[in-house]
Design a protein around this ligand. Structure first.
Ligand code: FES
Length: 154
């Protein structure tokens, strides 16, 4: 197993900042056209030294393990960043100490980057009811396609 995969496995043992943020200022959601996975990111801002910076970031993912590990790392890296600093981060920047994304996993990092940019572009999270969880959203009919989540058979 290469270093990146080992680091992803270690990150998944204790993922950071997972879950909906009910008092978020902005939220962004993306779906990957490559694999159909989805990721949502919530951002909360604060004022520091006269600058608006990210105070907290959380995520929820219906994605692969790489996307979860990158989102975990990214939501830690984003703390204290201004909007411009956060916007300038590429998928590979967001992987932090996980290391560079292998070619087959680049779109997994781009899913996290996309959710971040979407959140920075700013859907304001108010009222909260207009932003159900990903699970709620996936269970709604989407156009002509209805997605039904499978529950594991015991
Ligand atoms: Fe879909 Fe990684 S395989 S985000």
């Amino acid at each position: 197993m290469n270093d990146f995969e080992t680091n992803v496995r270690n990150a998944l043992a204790n993922p950071q900042n997972q879950g909906e943020m009910t008092d978020a200022d902005q939220v962004g959601t993306v779906g990957s056209p490559d694999c159909g996975d989805m990721l949502r990111m919530w951002l909360k801002f604060t004022e520091k030294d006269g600058r608006k910076v990210i105070d907290r970031a959380t995520f929820q993912s219906f994605g692969c393990q790489t996307a979860i590990a990158v989102a975990s790392m990214a939501t830690e890296l984003l703390k204290g960043k201004t909007i411009d600093e956060a916007r300038s981060l590429s998928a590979n920047d967001l992987t932090g100490s996980l290391g560079a994304l292998p070619p087959m996993k680049i779109h997994c990092g781009q899913l996290v980057e996309g959710a971040l940019k979407n959140a920075l572009d700013g859907t304001t999270t108010s009222p909260e009811a207009s932003h159900p969880t990903l699970s709620d959203e996936l269970q709604k009919p989407a156009g002509k396609i209805k997605i039904i989540l499978q529950t594991p058979q015991g």
